[in-house]
Design a protein around this ligand. Sequence first.
Ligand SMILES: *[C@@H]1O[C@H](CO)[C@@H](O)[C@H](O)[C@H]1NC(C)=O
Ligand SMILES: *[C@@H]1O[C@H](CO)[C@@H](O)[C@H](O)[C@H]1NC(C)=O
Ligand SMILES: *[C@@H]1O[C@H](CO)[C@@H](O)[C@H](O)[C@H]1NC(C)=O
Ligand SMILES: *[C@@H]1O[C@H](CO)[C@@H](O)[C@H](O)[C@H]1NC(C)=O
Ligand SMILES: *[C@@H]1O[C@H](CO)[C@@H](O)[C@H](O)[C@H]1NC(C)=O
Ligand SMILES: *[C@@H]1O[C@H](CO)[C@@H](O)[C@H](O)[C@H]1NC(C)=O
Ligand SMILES: *[C@@H]1O[C@H](CO)[C@@H](O)[C@H](O)[C@H]1NC(C)=O
Ligand SMILES: *[C@@H]1O[C@H](CO)[C@@H](O)[C@H](O)[C@H]1NC(C)=O
Length: 834
Amino acid sequence: MMNPAKGNTSLLLLSLLLVCPICTSPDTITLDQPLKDGQLLLSNQKTFALGFFNPGSSNHRYVGIWFNQITKQTVVWVANRDTPLNDTSGVLSINGKGNLVLHTRNQTTPIWSTNVSFSVSSTNNYMAKLLDIGNLVLVQQDSQHVTWQSFDYPTNTLLPFMKLGLDRRTGLNRFLTSWKSKDDPGIGNCSYRMVPTGYPQVSLYMGQTLLWRTGFWTGLRWSGIPTRMTSKYFNVSFVNNQDETTVMYRTFSDAAKPKVIVKMVVDESGLVQRSLWQETTWVEYWSAPQELCDKYLNCGPNSYCDPNNLVIFECKCFPGFEPKSSRDCMREKQGVSMCNNGEGFVKLAHMKAPDTSIAHANMSLSMKECEQECLRNCSCMAYASANESEGGIGCLTWQGDLVDTRTYPDGGQDLYIRVDAVVLAQYAKENGLTQKKRMLAILGVSVAIMFLLIVSVVYCFVMKKNKETRHSTYSDSADSTLPYFEDSPSRRDLDGTRRNSNLPLFNLRTIIAATENFSTANKLGQGGFGPVYKGLLQNGMEIAVKRLSKYSGQGIEQFKTEVALIAKLQHRNLVRILGCCIHKKEKMLIYEYLPNKSLDSFIFDETKRSCLDWGKRFEIICGISRGILYLHQDSRLRIIHRDLKASNVLLDNALNPKISDFGMARIVGGDQIEANTNCIVGTFGYMSPKYAMQGLFSIKSDVYSFGVLLLEIIIGKRNSTYHHDGPSSNLIGHVWDLWREDNSMKIVDPLLDETYPAHEVSRCIQIGLLCVQEHATDRPTMSTVVFMLGNDTPLPSPKQPAFILKGTYSSTDRSTSAASNSINEITLSKIDGR
Ligand SMILES: *[C@@H]1O[C@H](CO)[C@@H](O)[C@H](O)[C@H]1NC(C)=O
Ligand SMILES: *[C@@H]1O[C@H](CO)[C@@H](O)[C@H](O)[C@H]1NC(C)=O
Ligand SMILES: *[C@@H]1O[C@H](CO)[C@@H](O)[C@H](O)[C@H]1NC(C)=O
Ligand SMILES: *[C@@H]1O[C@H](CO)[C@@H](O)[C@H](O)[C@H]1NC(C)=O
Ligand SMILES: *[C@@H]1O[C@H](CO)[C@@H](O)[C@H](O)[C@H]1NC(C)=O
Ligand SMILES: *[C@@H]1O[C@H](CO)[C@@H](O)[C@H](O)[C@H]1NC(C)=O
Ligand SMILES: *[C@@H]1O[C@H](CO)[C@@H](O)[C@H](O)[C@H]1NC(C)=O
Ligand SMILES: *[C@@H]1O[C@H](CO)[C@@H](O)[C@H](O)[C@H]1NC(C)=O
């Protein structure tokens, strides 16, 4: 249906289009050919346009440059950033002094000017034109000399062929500054600049605060950007000589490759974003800083940030340092000389090199020479390569504290840390590699006494290490997941234990004494795998003892091996296994004792629950998610918990959640459970449908259980006993019904203080629903869950979750009968404390 008004408009547009190229759009600006508001100055191939525009919803007019051939106006440069025009009376022209100036029609005093100062005699031979790379240049026509260019005064966007950094000949320092807001291109708070101090690196600032170091260009990539993020759209050239310290991105000149439209923008919120224009829209393919570990000085000096758990990070100490607080490290042994005293270097792989503003570079040294150079100079604490490109030579050395370092799951570079002879021996021993030979060579025969000393110190160190199961190797980040330990039991605490490899074996007599012969008074509860008792060792340390006597199928050696493996899983959100006790057919696990009871005694109890405000509940949710993530992903064993539920989450004094009963399938023997019970481990109400029906489990069944637990924490009711008179009788079904009605907040625990952030709670409910999706593939992985909890990114919409049908659990066959017989007995039994 043709609309006459519309027809008129298009006719008008058509005539405008026909007329305008003739009436406007000069291809240069000269003294007698100014650019008025409404006109456009186009580059030769019409890739860029210069003209007047209103940013966002602002009424102010600015002069800017934008991409001409894309449908969304994207301004890449602004002239009068802080001096907007109020109307459309603006004129951009060349004045009598050869400057490009912006003024209003009736006034000649410039609102903005290029400010090039030189002695001009003949002024009418200057012109401004726009190049096809988006550079506005002011040229002297006779000499073709460029007297000014917009690329020297970048705003918030870096375009290909634009240089970032210092030109020492002209004194220019080109850096990006964010806009004030989407509506105001004025100079904002964020800047992205080349910092030439030490060894030049590029950094992002908010005001004067350093937010993130992109780092230095290693020839292949930026030291602060993971390899996989390295752009395939740019060819970066970094120049560092007495004339300039600059970096420039080029798009590939290869004609076979299609021309890409790319930009890098410093956003007003403190992000550096790179986007690519694809057909109709900008696609952001990279932005930083991304993780907490990217944040400058997120971990203190001499520690490095390990983003193992995505949102939470761990600060780990460099070799030779030990934790002082959760983010700071200090020298393990004060006053041990590291000067011609047998010291050497320990290699850390996949690292972001420390802040190079305090580094010293010598670009003519190879890595071998670099090591020698660093070893010779006693104040040198670390070295790394400055140039990784083919056969690249270049040496970076650091003195004093090493700051702002992190690891990457992949990529990064090798960092060599200076350590004293003892630590060196320790690492050499652990690696069993060349380090040891080197150390021996350095020591020689003459320092035999010293060697003895080392042996004894190493011995002590190893003993200490055994006790704490401390970090193994630093060069393999997967191995060093255990940075900080809360108070480990000291050697005396384990009095009455015999040592077997790394696993303390407790004597039965000790345990009997501690639990007063397993007295009923000391019984904490009945867990899925046997009763749990509280115990008190003679030295005053409290323990929890779990008797596994029922499961006698597994051989003792295998049992010990499994317990030793499981005991190595240490995370602040996991209950710690201290050891085990084996006597004939009797097997026991000894755990740390947590005085607060399990989470179910809190969240399903009205009085206790009211003490848990939203902040605490959210912390508990996050803690549990991190614990599971650790089990799933970060530990070498990749444990599936299989029986995650509120009663298996214990709370410490500060109400931090600690998951218990993990790895039981391994400890008691996976087949054994199913043989003995003829059913599936797990607790109804927490089990994913697939698991419940077919006995199949995967990490996604833990995600399901986590989802249920999360919803229970928010709602304050048990899924397994929840009844509701509505279309869906169970908890998840009810949440889903309310969610669909956009009314999910109705289900939130009424005991929660009204002041909770509705947005966050609603987000958690959505995450919960995502976790309990029917199909395992629709459920997020635990790392995604942790990420979603920690970031305010958009979430996918949940589909209908599992177990929605009317009926207690499911309408489907086998599970109900199997469950009612044995599962309930085993795992729905109440466990108090443990
Ligand atoms: C625009 O209006 C503001 C406020 O009225 C005034 O301060 C400013 O000078 C005006 N700018 C120009 C270019 O006229
Ligand atoms: C500029 O001058 C024109 C005519 O010379 C006049 O009509 C207009 O009102 C003036 N505008 C301003 C803002 O002074
Ligand atoms: C031009 O230079 C003058 C004097 O050096 C300075 O005050 C003014 O802010 C400069 N203007 C611009 C637009 O850079
Ligand atoms: C910039 O920083 C100042 C001072 O820190 C602050 O008041 C202002 O809100 C910030 N502006 C933006 C756009 O963030
Ligand atoms: C990158 O730029 C350099 C310097 O201009 C050039 O020699 C090289 O061929 C470019 N690389 C690619 C892949 O285009
Ligand atoms: C780099 O090392 C070489 C060899 O030790 C030395 O001759 C040169 O002076 C050093 N250069 C700088 C800039 O320190
Ligand atoms: C160690 O190296 C730094 C930086 O290269 C230098 O300033 C210092 O003088 C050197 N010290 C010694 C003892 O050579
Ligand atoms: C890195 O090494 C390559 C190859 O030797 C060389 O071409 C390049 O200029 C070096 N880069 C720097 C910054 O020294």
